[in-house]
Design a protein around this ligand. Structure first.
Ligand SMILES: N[C@@H]1[C@@H](O)[C@H](O)[C@@H](COP(=O)(O)O)O[C@@H]1O
Length: 260
């Protein structure tokens, strides 16, 4: 696991560089997209490179991590609509190139199984962007999630609903209680995991993710077993890392050509 501690703008550029490197090598790359505020600066940077430098996503495909159950098709907080607005509509992804779990399906378990099959048929995800919840969840894999889980229905914790109430007019009651989420094993199948976190509220989750024991109580800790995982954090999110000095020295001595 590589840990990079840097200002938020630099982190977004690093993640965008990794995406661009893949796109340049293989235009048909499969991206994994995350919602939440953490990846927004990456989407801004990729949209800028598309507009100003001609970076093309025309042959790329993308899979979303998760979706609320039951939000109306036109609800602005439906993750499908969030991703369209924040990223897909700002670049040249082909129509239908972005897939997500269907939180409005009549048969939710069948929709989850179909989603897993879609990802497999696409050849798996090349680069998965991730944020992290204050309780250590990735996607919507709440504490207690099976480390071997696949896409399924989950019940959101009170903590996550409170954290996300800001997107629902500040009302926790407006936040759905259920979601569909890629499982931890689904996420672990991606070839490169790039997690972004900023702010002091994430410091304990980041410490557990990088330095804690692997445990379903901090679901993101499963990333310690991934062969290519990158954790991009600002100073505040890094403030509880025991080996922060070591991560800083390591990154400072890294050759420019190496990439993430
Ligand atoms: N399902 C999403 C996660 O994918 C995201 O990582 C988390 C943190 O969001 P933020 O980046 O806004 O802190 O929020 C939600 O729970």
């Amino acid at each position: 696991m590589e840990v990079v501690i840097a200002p938020a703008g630099e982190l977004a550029r690093l993640a965008a560089d990794a995406v661009q490197g893949l796109l340049t090598a293989r235009p048909g790359v499969v991206l994994g997209l995350a919602t939440g505020s953490s990846p927004l600066a990456v989407y801004d940077e990729l949209a800028r490179r598309h507009a100003e430098e001609g970076l093309s996503f025309a042959r790329a495909r993308a899979f979303m991590l998760d979706e609320y159950v039951g939000l109306a098709a036109d609800h602005p907080q439906r993750y499908r609509n969030v991703i369209d607005k924040e990223f897909a509509a700002r670049v040249d992804l082909a129509p239908g190139a972005v897939r997500g779990p269907d939180g409005l399906a009549e048969d939710l378990p069948a929709a989850c199984a179909a989603y897993e099959a879609d990802i497999a048929q696409a050849g798996g995800v090349d680069l998965q962007l991730l944020g992290i919840g204050t309780d250590g969840h990735i996607a919507f894999n709440e504490p207690g999630s099976s480390l071997a889980s696949r896409t399924r229905i989950k019940t959101l914790t009170r903590q996550t609903r409170e954290d996300n109430a800001r997107f629902f007019g500040g009302s926790v009651e407006q936040v759905p209680r259920h979601c569909l989420t890629q499982g931890l094993a689904t996420i672990m199948s991606a070839r490169h995991l790039v997690l972004l976190a900023s702010g002091r509220a994430k410091a304990e989750a980041v410490h557990q993710l990088v330095e804690g024991p692997i445990s379903a109580m901090w679901p993101a800790t499963i990333m310690q077993t991934h062969p290519h995982a990158t954790v991009l954090v600002d100073d505040a999110a890094a403030s509880r890392l025991q080996l922060a000095d070591y991560y800083r020295q390591t990154y400072a001595g890294k050759p420019d050509w190496q990439g993430l």
